[in-house]
Design a protein around this ligand. Structure first.
Ligand code: PGA
Length: 257
């Protein structure tokens, strides 16, 4: 059975003190391994070390929100995979829609980042998702296919083993509008089929596909209860323990059902 992953993407929020408080509250609520739920927080880069210290020894893992594909050198402002590893990051989010649509990252850049992270031993959460105009134009699946093909170009099954996909419809991110469970399930099913076609069905059965986009306590259980949804990538509701812990609890409940 696939293990649920509930990941908090803090984006460009928190400061040192508020991040520490949040991390401490989550560490207290971290499930034991047998709960079948993995918990991850992705703070801004400057706080990675502080937060990693805070959750050390708990069931909460730390990840980064982005990484650069070069190993080191004259790349002002960028952060290398080894640096993330050095400060205790288990995961890195790559290809988030804000990086695609605000910063302008292409599938080619995303692919280079995915390769660098995998080569450096940091697990990847690869985000894909369509714009509202794509959905309204009936192009959701072709957009997802293009992002998957681009992001995973030249990546073998062996290399993709530690990969997690996050389906995040752009129109649902930070908007309070959530994909319906049926919309989410249909996209997840499509993504899983894509993985089966590109790799094989054993692997597609194993790969985890998270849903992201206005996940909240009151919709988490229904969304994560869909057959092909293996957890959540949570933005806004990951910034307060009283909003995030119920999402973790929903995953726990489903995992133990
Ligand atoms: P949201 O963000 O939960 O605030 O919609 C999700 C994300 O961007 O990962």
């Amino acid at each position: 059975m696939r293990r649920f992953l509930v990941a908090g993407n803090w984006k460009m929020n928190t400061n040192r003190a508020s991040g520490q408080d949040l991390a401490a509250a989550l560490a207290e609520n971290a499930p034991a391994a047998e709960d079948g739920v993995e918990i991850l927080v992705c703070p801004p880069h400057p706080y990675l070390t502080t937060i990693a210290d805070k959750v050390s020894g708990s069931g909460v893992q730390v990840g980064a929100q982005d990484v650069y594909f070069e190993a080191g050198g004259a790349f002002t402002g960028e952060v290398a995979v080894d640096m993330l590893k050095d400060v205790g990051c288990e995961y890195v989010i790559i290809g988030h829609s804000e990086r695609r649509h605000v910063i302008g990252e292409t599938d080619e850049i995303i692919n280079r980042k995915v390769k660098a992270a995998i080569a450096g031993g940091v697990k990847v959460i690869l985000c894909v998702g369509e714009l509202l105009s794509d959905r309204e134009g009936g192009n959701t699946e072709s957009v997802l296919d293009a992002q998957m093909s681009g992001g995973l170009a030249d990546i073998s099954e062996q290399d993709a083993k530690e990969l997690v996909i996050a389906y995040e419809p752009v129109w649902a991110i930070g908007t309070g509008v959530t994909a319906s469970p049926e919309q989410a399930e249909s996209a997840h099913e499509h993504l899983r089929k894509w993985v089966a076609n590109r790799y094989n069905s054993t692997f597609s059965d194993q790969i985890r596909i998270l849903y992201g986009g206005s996940v909240k306590a009151d919709n988490a259980e229904t969304l994560m209860g869909q057959a092909n949804v293996d957890g959540a990538l949570v933005g806004g509701a990951s910034l307060k323990p009283e909003l995030f812990v119920p999402i973790i609890d929903a995953a726990r409940k489903l995992a133990s059902a």
